[in-house]
Design a protein around this ligand. Structure first.
Ligand code: FES
Length: 110
């Protein structure tokens, strides 16, 4: 069985790197970023979509990932991000082909 590689470009502190993953390696983008880049205090609610410590700016999403879902719009609005489609909770972005080619910047904590 062949596994499709999913490539995600991450910008952090003006450095850019491409991370490769595949569907099933990580549940969501927050878990991937936390594991590969060792951010402190990132993803504190464990992916429940409530803490907003996993906020990212992301472009290049495809498919159903484009749409904010579940707790995401409510949590983002609570932290001052309303109707900003490129600001997302990375824990709510499931790792799938929708993320292939996406560009992600990690935002500073509020
Ligand atoms: S990990 Fe808490 S909102 Fe994403």
């Amino acid at each position: 069985m062949t596994r499709s590689t999913i490539k995600i470009t991450v910008l952090e502190n003006e450095a850019e790197q491409t991370i490769e993953t595949y569907k099933g390696e990580y549940r969501n983008l927050m878990e991937l970023l936390k594991d590969k880049l060792y951010f402190d205090c990132f993803g504190e609610c464990g992916g429940m979509g409530r803490c907003a410590t996993c906020i990212v700016h992301v472009t290049g999403l495809q498919g159903s990932s484009v749409k904010q879902d579940r707790n995401e719009p409510v949590t983002l609005a609570r932290y001052g991000y309303k109707d900003e489609s490129e600001i997302r909770l990375s824990c709510q972005l499931l790792i799938s082909a929708d993320l292939d080619g996406a560009r992600v910047s990690v935002l500073e904590e509020n």
